[in-house]
Design a protein around this ligand. Sequence first.
Ligand code: SAH
Ligand code: SF4
Length: 433
Amino acid sequence: MNLADSELVLGLLDDDNYSLTEKMEDADVVMVNTCSVRENAEQRIYGRLGEFKAAKIKKPEIVVGVLGCMAERLRSKLNTEEAKGVGQIVDVIVGPDEYRKLPSLLNQAWHGEKGIAVQLSRVETYDDITPLRTNGISAWISVMRGCNKFCSFCVVPFTRGRERSRNYFNIINEVEELAKRGFKDVTLLGQNVNSYNHDGKDFADLMKAVAEVDRTIRIRFMTSHPQDMSDKLIQTIASKDNICKNVHLPVQSGSDRILDLMKREYTSNHYRQLISKIKTEMPEVCLTTDIISGFPTETEDDHRITMQMLEEIQYDGAYMFKYSARENTPAWKMADDISEEIKSRRIDEIVTFQNKISAKRNQATIGKVLDVLIEGDSKKSSAELQGRTDGNKMVIFPKENYTPGMYIKVKITRSNSATLFGTIHHNHLGVTI
Ligand code: SAH
Ligand code: SF4
């Protein structure tokens, strides 16, 4: 979501004649887009601001900006101990719904005036702003902003405000434009895409329409809340070849007692039924999830039940986090009573266990020929390319004469828990199809 928002900001600034530089030393403006979802995300931002401070000492006219969720929380905190003395170097603070003000705030900052804009909006969707996308193959599109779910641990409804959906027709137009420019992979984003609604069009309608724009573009989405993922959405994903069979469905915990305290509004059985529907409609689906370990009052039994859920579902991958108490959230009022030591031990167990499952799921692809969209050179070697499968697995293979943006068939020869490796699959005529 933040990557997509940063592209929006770059789009706005591009229109105002700013351009992007690669190196901080060359910049007149340095900004950081921030996340408040966990404490360590915020700590990293303080570290980053420390680097900006060093740059500003060398070049005092640099304008420093803090964007995004942390701006909402920071407005009153930048001069406190928590900000570790870096607060005074910040010139502009802009929350997620006020990016349109950025050009004028930066302009004022050039004249030495600090600026802050952190109002949340019930209507802002940046519908008319074209994000500046530098990658050329994969694009994010935020189709809705904000969240009304108020899961008890989560700061997002407070930092990103209420739910609102973007115009259906404008999203389709944007995908048409991306198709013309050669993009091949589009991910529709929202904190809970199931709440998408524009003049009676729901998220399944939107996915179908977007998939029909260009059958060579892969469509993905993130994230669907398990409470209200509809059968219609599952059937829509199953019915279109170019909608990836890849579902991210955050379970958070396997324990019904903890799910209730988290205010997730579903039970583990509801979740199981959903997974079973998805697997029935799409046997080849790749499933991923999010887990929070060490939520207040979590017992060894609750922890064990979460591990059993991982065993039962056999996710292809998971994002796994230690619970981090966030100010003002409903769970903030509960004692953060699981010690750091226990949280660390539990999360290690979960990560080790899930990594084994991911490795096993990846191993099952060995010998298969998979359709891969080439994204670019592999991180380790320019003689190799990397790309993604429909299920969103990363594949590394020798380059031959292929280039980013092409679809090719790769025969998988080996794997680990994070990556597949293979060779390009040529048919009997020596060509790939
Ligand atoms: N809207 C998405 C989640 C956005 S936040 C959804 O509901 O699926 C991404 C993930 O961060 C969450 O799924 C959760 O696992 C994790 N997270 C959110 N708040 C957290 C907290 N206070 N401590 C630890 N992890 C948290
Ligand atoms: Fe946070 Fe829950 Fe909304 Fe996701 S659905 S953003 S976890 S409140």
